[in-house]
Design a protein around this ligand. Structure first.
Ligand SMILES: [Zn+2]
Length: 78
């Protein structure tokens, strides 16, 4: 999924390939901006139990997951 960074303060769009830490125009914080209409309607079938189960919803085009044993959060009686 294609995404940009958008400045929360001034609305400037910044190419994430430039790996900016802040808005180059005003120094404001950046957030990920993407076309929510391009998201899939449902989760694809997956046996994964980690974050990468949701990869098709994440604003990342090519990822190489490095799982660290994380998974479903169990419900426990308290
Ligand atoms: Zn800005």
């Amino acid at each position: 999924m294609r995404y940009d960074f958008e400045c929360i303060a001034c609305g400037a769009r910044v190419d994430p390939e430039d790996r900016p830490a802040e808005c180059p125009d005003c120094g404001g914080p950046l957030e990920v901006a993407f076309d929510a209409g391009a998201l899939p309607d449902a989760l694809p079938e997956s046996d994964r139990t980690d974050l990468w189960r949701y990869a098709s919803f994440l604003p990342a085009e090519e990822v190489s997951p490095v799982p660290m044993g994380e998974g479903w959060t169990p419900l426990a009686d308290a």
